[in-house]
Design a protein around this ligand. Structure first.
Ligand SMILES: [Zn+2]
Length: 580
């Protein structure tokens, strides 16, 4: 492998620089033609279906936002969502768009180079073992008989690279490097050093990642012996929480499926594919995690989860709902399809035909309905106690929903059911995004916004204002106002960086607890014309500082009377009184 191909970690400075150099308007326009209206560029949203454009791109902020579905972010986020890329892939594509080459960290270069080498040999051995298993299937009549009995056609077996692991303890060691087999999870190593094949006498299902590399295997017995299903363990290339079975095969048929059906086992995926339902995937013997959902939502906005009608199935449905809450927003939908008793997807599609099965999927219960049905179950909503229980049961889940219309609608449904007037706490209000209707009909005025929101929003939108703050030479010790931690954090990020714009700041907060607040404040419209920005910011900041000082002075004076102040507090009080 040439040195140019070896990848280290992409440096943070490079990402900042890239976000400053690239123009998000050009980037998005090359994927979704934009139209200029006022300060913004608009289009029909690529992330949800709509008739009139509510997707807007702002050149100054280097930020996009959809008022319809709430999608928002910088150029990297756009590529991740639009082209279904992971973070590194998106940075690489963005650099290519800007015509600059990706800069990586030197220290990581060496370590990563040898690690990457190792991973490549794992991928290679997995690939060869898969071919070996395919070969074995051809030579094993009872395995072929089994697949025939499940009505698996040759074409499907080829699409999914189905194979057979022979009924021997060391068929792999005879052909491949033992250390690699162990690292790839294909051999079991006992405490006494005994080593043997993990998969024996099973039909095997290679699990491919979305780049078509084999990362592991699943195996199913031919008879009723146990365990019925067996999976590769976690290895450096196989992370069960991040892979689903059948995704590669699905995307090979259709890169933008209208919906994805999530079923329980490999055979369900295969059986549905036989009937032309090529959009089923299966989690790999683990509960569906939030990373599974985020992965699947990158390819389709509708997920349908299929569960057995028994108690275990219903419990699994609830667990999926729990992980789904952090991924749900408008434009995305999850449905829960409970199978009739004694049926699996295979037997059901056989009995009802494809049309009947598809109809069941389409009429499956929306996750929001399922949720409220579940949380109200057994509660007497005619009584105060029952309604209070409902709130304490439901609210923790709703609070995990991302900001946006869907969240608001779920809260208002809870309000209706519980009869509570307002369920949103004061803190939520401070940081809640502007009401969506505010965007089109102007708000009554800027005075509805707190000084802290105005100051933080303007600082995010015009990072150059950090200089004005520096000139004020503020002594932050002892000052308190709501939002001060965030304000100080953003300020120090700006002062730390060589080049900065709103997109760089949003990048800094990616995957942090502040991400949501930062994004919503970055797009908060404070209705200030360019020439007034500095003055409004300065006013807001002075107001905040005065408020904070007054509050501190009052607190210290009260304490002085009640119990006296220590030397440090005394000095702070004098300082604040003189600088007032
Ligand atoms: Zn949208």
């Amino acid at each position: 492998m040439g040195p140019g191909k070896v990848s280290g970690r992409i440096s943070k400075e490079f990402i900042d620089e890239l976000l400053v150099r690239v123009d998000i308007v050009d980037l998005i326009d090359s994927h979704v033609p934009l139209k200029k209206t006022g300060a913004n560029y608009v289009a029909r949203c690529p992330f949800h279906t709509e008739k009139s454009p509510s997707f807007s791109v702002n050149r100054n902020k280097q930020f996009f936002h959809c008022f319809g579905c709430g999608a928002s972010g910088n150029a990297i986020s756009f590529l991740m969502d639009f082209s279904h890329l992971d973070f590194v892939e998106a940075v690489e594509d963005l650099a290519a768009f800007a015509g600059i080459s990706v800069r990586r960290e030197q220290a990581a270069y060496v370590a990563d180079a040898s690690k990457k080498e190792d991973l490549n040999s794992l991928y290679q051995v997995l690939e060869k073992v898969a071919a070996f298993y395919v070969e074995q299937l051809r030579e094993t009549p009872k395995a072929i008989e089994y697949l025939k009995s499940r009505q698996v056609k040759g074409a499907i077996a080829r699409d999914f690279l189905l194979g057979y692991a022979p009924d021997k303890w060391s068929s792999l060691s005879e052909h491949f490097d033992q250390k690699l087999l162990i690292d790839a999870g294909l051999l079991v190593v006992k405490d006494d050093g005994l080593v043997y094949d993990r998969f024996r006498s099973r039909v095997v299902f290679p699990i491919r990642d979305k780049r078509s590399r084999i990362v592991g295997f699943g195996g199913r017995v031919l008879d009723d012996s146990l365990p019925k299903y067996l999976n590769s363990p976690e290895t450096p290339v196989f992370h069960k929480g991040k892979e689903v079975y059948g995704l590669y095969e699905l995307l090979a048929k259709n890169s933008k499926p209208q919906r994805i059906l999530i079923v329980e086992g490999y055979m369900d995926v295969i059986a549905l594919a036989q009937y032309g339902i090529h959009y089923a995937v299966a989690a790999l013997g683990t509960a569906t995690s939030q990373s599974h959902l985020d992965l699947l939502f990158r390819f389709s906005s509708e997920l349908v989860f299929c569960f057995d009608g028994d108690r275990a199935g219903r419990e699994a449905a609830w667990r999926v709902m729990e992980s789904a809450f952090s991924s749900l927003k408008e434009g995305r939908s999850c449905r829960i399809m409970i199978l009739p008793p004694q049926h699996d997807p295979d037997s059901l599609v056989r009995e009802e035909g494809v049309d009947g099965f598809v109809h069941r999927m389409q009429s499956a219960q929306a996750l929001s309905d399922y949720f409220f049905e579940y949380v109200t179950g057994g509660l007497k909503l005619s009584e105060v106690e029952g309604r209070a229980q409902l709130i304490s049961k439901a609210r923790p889940y709703l609070e995990r929903l991302p900001e946006g219309t869907f969240r608001e609608m779920m809260f208002s449904r809870l309000q209706d059911l519980s009869g509570m007037a307002s369920l949103i706490s004061v803190d939520d209000k401070f940081l809640a995004p502007p009401q969506i209707s505010d965007h089109r009909s102007r708000p009554q005025g800027i005075n509805r916004l707190s000084s802290a929101r105005v100051a933080i929003a303007l600082l995010l939108q015009h990072p150059g204002l950090a200089e004005n703050v520096e000139q004020k030479d503020i002594d932050w010790s002892g000052l308190e106002f709501r939002g001060i931690e965030l304000f100080k954090s953003i300020l120090s990020v700006i002062l730390d960086k060589k080049s900065v714009n709103t997109a760089v700041l949003i990048e800094h907060y990616r995957d942090t607890p502040e991400e949501k607040q930062v994004k919503s404040l970055a797009l908060l419209d404070v209705y200030v014309t360019e020439d007034k920005v500095e003055a409004v910011f300065s006013d807001a900041l002075n107001g905040l500082l005065k408020q904070a000082r007054d509050a501190s002075i009052a607190r210290l004076q009260a304490k002085a009377q009640a119990q006296g102040l220590d030397a440090q507090e005394q000095a702070a009080l004098v300082n604040m009184l003189t600088n007032k």
